[in-house]
Design a protein around this ligand. Sequence first.
Ligand SMILES: NC(=O)c1ccc[n+]([C@@H]2O[C@H](COP(=O)([O-])OP(=O)(O)OC[C@H]3O[C@@H](n4cnc5c(N)ncnc54)[C@H](O)[C@@H]3O)[C@@H](O)[C@H]2O)c1
Length: 242
Amino acid sequence: MSIYPTLTNKTYVVMGIANKRSIAWAIAKTLDAAGAKLVLTYAAERFKSGLESLAAELNGKALLLECDVTNDEAIDTTFRMIHEQAGPVQGIAHSIAFADKEALRGEFSEMTRGQFAQALDISAYSLTAVVKAAKPYFAEDASVITLTYLGGERVVPNYNLMGVAKAALDSSVKYLANEYGPHGVRVNAISAGPIRTLSAKGVATLTASCLSSSKRRRSVATSRPKKWPRPACSCYQVWVAV
Ligand SMILES: NC(=O)c1ccc[n+]([C@@H]2O[C@H](COP(=O)([O-])OP(=O)(O)OC[C@H]3O[C@@H](n4cnc5c(N)ncnc54)[C@H](O)[C@@H]3O)[C@@H](O)[C@H]2O)c1
């Protein structure tokens, strides 16, 4: 018997699969195992063939759509197509972030205005843009999650600009939850521990944490510590909509 609830015939949109190491890919596989109808969005054409190969491993047939979250028109079109082809949206996993890697090393204040704007646009504003575009198409009792990190709450060496972006994302989650909760849409953030992905490669501290945790043979993805860590580090933080 499956440990997952059945999500048969419910449409979930997973945004942000770059490769098999992406957190979004783990989310997609879990939703697929629960029987969900999946829509997978990717940032640009260059990710398409890799995603097609991954999607072939799923039990269900996923709808694949390109969606660059810096482009409002593309986001609107994506959600219109999702509704036309897959029906009401039961859930969205927003697993997207970007910052120029030059701004993720050295002194925090060395970043430029352009690097700041780009990181905040893709890593924080995009959540609001996505929720806004999906608004007409949400199913009853829908749910949105995004991925955040501790570096938005406290200083994590080299996380720099992404820390500011995560603080903005965390705050956006609270305001979106407050606005959409009364309309039956929950908006939450999950704070993941360090996981070795393409994005984490850009942050020296995350890479080092991943390496030390794999040395301790405690892979975040596959094993469960005997005792859950205290809430200060790799923990879940979930803000639930009222
Ligand atoms: N890996 C970690 O240690 C860790 C820890 C905590 C939180 N997170 C967060 O998890 C989320 C997923 O990251 P990941 O670690 O799986 O890395 P990843 O590189 O696999 O995923 C990031 C995704 O963002 C997408 N993206 C970037 N710019 C985009 C754009 N303009 N339009 C659409 N998509 C765009 C990329 O294509 C990629 O698929 C991010 O928000 C990240 O900050 C990661």
